[in-house]
Design a binder for this molecule. Structure first.
Ligand code: SF4
Length: 231
């Protein structure tokens, strides 16, 4: 069991959140509108796969489920990288069991450009961190990432995909990821429940689904960011 991008971001918001995800996920209370969104999938992301024309998608599910088979996805991605496929979507990478799936990789002369798709009207720092995590894992798998873009939702609904170059900022997060990923991985395997005092992290940047458990079932205040953007 390694760390995924979602694990990392949740663990960096609160270590206890990640521990509960791994050991007591039944305590989560997911707001109905978020659950609907999770069930429906990400239409914007699905549409964005075609933003550069024909593409190959790496998603492979475990038989009879909608659970991604990470190993098979990583193997399929390797084959497409070797074949020089120009546009690879949901490109999956495993490094010491740490995992990420990039929304879109587009071939360049010397490597690939990475596109992280977010259904949001502007780039938030959290998105750049997401991309930074992916650059870290993908680079450790020996693939050269040149430019890094966050694709936001622009005003033109005919062509809403607006890539914003965040290369330097995203690559700058690599040391930060390296500093925390191994400790989070150890922590998530601890048998005893990790103890963290409630505080600002319970709604910032995202509302925590364990709010009720940690706060004795009171209603959370407004979170700073929409969970739709998180998904
Ligand atoms: S409610 Fe707060 S303390 Fe509890 S897991 Fe969530 S973020 Fe951590």
């Amino acid at each position: 069991m390694g760390i995924t991008k979602t694990d990392f971001m949740r663990g960096m918001q609160c270590r206890k959140m990640l521990w509960l995800d791994k050991h007591r996920p039944g305590l989560r209370v997911i707001p109905p509108e978020i659950q609907e969104r999770l069930d429906a999938g990400n239409d914007f992301g699905d549409r964005a796969m075609g933003m550069f024309g024909p593409f190959e998608e790496m998603t492979v599910y475990r038989p009879g489920t909608r659970i991604p088979d990470k190993k098979k996805m990583a193997e399929k991605t390797k084959q497409h990288l070797l074949a020089g496929t120009p546009v690879i979507c949901e490109a999956a990478f495993l490094n010491y069991n740490n995992y990420c799936a990039a929304d879109l990789l587009r071939k360049t002369e010397k490597g690939y450009d990475l596109y992280e798709v977010k259904n949001a009207p502007e780039v938030r720092e959290q998105f750049v961190k997401d991309a930074g995590f992916q650059v870290y894992i993908i680079s450790r798998c020996g693939v050269r990432i040149e430019r890094v873009y966050i694709v936001i939702h622009g005003p033109d609904e005919e062509n809403p995909f607006v890539p914003v170059d965040v290369t330097d900022r995203a690559k700058g997060y690599a040391p930060w990821v390296n500093e925390h990923i191994w400790g989070l991985n150890r922590m998530q395997k601890e048998r005893e429940e990790v103890q963290v005092e409630v505080g600002e992290q319970c709604t910032c940047p995202y509302e925590c689904w364990y709010y009720g458990y940690c706060h004795g079932q009171t209603t959370p205040p407004q979170a700073q960011l929409s969970m739709e953007e998180y998904i």
